[in-house]
Write a protein that binds this ligand. Structure first.
Ligand code: SAH
Length: 272
């Protein structure tokens, strides 16, 4: 096993159970074209490859790329791209490899230090959703983030990230993965999530307003929404709006569902 490098958030998954939970969650079909971010030593890659049409993996660490080429280089439905997932234009690169069409699913045990940017690259943002989106995204990530992605409104973990991601995808919490499933174990527990990219219906009329509204609304978590929005809307007007939308006037940001955020932003254009 190569020595794990902190700089690249390397933690090798070594639990057969966790591996099979990821593979099962991906609901693999022979026609699937997978994208894997951070294949590492290829432990997950090896399980995925025989079950799908193709797999494109992006790995930043040169030494691991050498090892992967040695291990899997002869397998003809495998393509390895060396580089930073966040800066590579994968669709453009794939034009040179006609056998590897655009991936339809993502399956990965990602580097936790860039979870936010990875999610944004895969799903896009409220103002610019990724189109065409992936059919399915299965990720092993930090449990705390997984809980936030899958949280229900009103719960302790429901926050701006929950709204942003749930606006763009349906999120399912698949299972908990303990730190000891990795070598070396990360400081935090992990979890598998499954995302089905699909825009919430109906989407916001002006997605930019929704972005701004979320930033303001969640600025101070413990405060009531009406206090967080004090600077942009008069209290009486907001109370009236909240009433119309059947939202408690004392609600906090974390109490509103994604649909309620969309409604509120449609009625409250605050970005001039
Ligand atoms: N999938 C492997 C390794 C997970 S650790 C396993 O389950 O064991 C995270 C992996 O992501 C490491 O291989 C690390 O080198 C790689 N990585 C880190 N930053 C990356 C980036 N920006 N782009 C692509 N790969 C990255």
């Amino acid at each position: 096993m190569p020595k794990a490098r902190k700089q690249f958030a390397q933690h090798w998954l070594r639990s057969e159970q966790a591996l099979s939970q990821i593979v099962t969650a991906a609901n693999l079909q022979p026609s699937d074209r997978l994208l894997e971010i951070g294949p590492g030593t290829g432990i997950l890659t090896q399980q995925l490859l025989p079950q799908v049409q193709s797999l494109v993996a992006v790995e930043i660490d040169r030494n691991l790329c050498k090892l992967l080429v040695k291990k899997l280089g002869k397998i003809d439905n495998f393509l390895l791209l060396q580089g930073d997932f966040l800066s590579l234009d994968i669709d453009k690169l794939l034009v040179s490899f006609p056998k590897f069409q655009q991936p339809n699913k993502v399956v990965a045990n990602i580097p936790y230090n860039i979870t936010g940017p990875i999610l944004e690259k895969l799903l896009g943002s409220i103002a610019q959703p990724a189109v065409p989106g992936f059919d399915l995204i299965v990720l092993l990530l930090q449990q705390e983030v997984a809980q936030r992605l899958c949280a229900q409104p009103g719960s302790r973990t429901f926050g701006a990230l929950s709204v942003r991601v749930q606006y763009l995808a349906e999120c399912q919490f698949i299972c908990h993965v303990p730190a000891k499933a990795f070598s070396p174990p990360p400081k935090v527990d992990s979890a598998v999530v499954r995302l089905h990219p699909q825009l919430v219906q109906p989407p916001a009329k002006e997605p930019k307003y929704l972005e701004t509204l979320l930033k303001l609304g969640f600025a101070s978590k413990r405060k009531m929404l009406r206090n967080n929005l004090k600077s942009v809307v008069e209290r009486d007007r907001l109370t009236q709006l909240l009433e119309q939308l059947e939202i408690d006037s004392l609600a906090r940001a974390e109490d509103l569902s994604v649909a309620q955020w969309v409604n509120l932003s449609d009625k409250l254009p605050i970005l001039k």
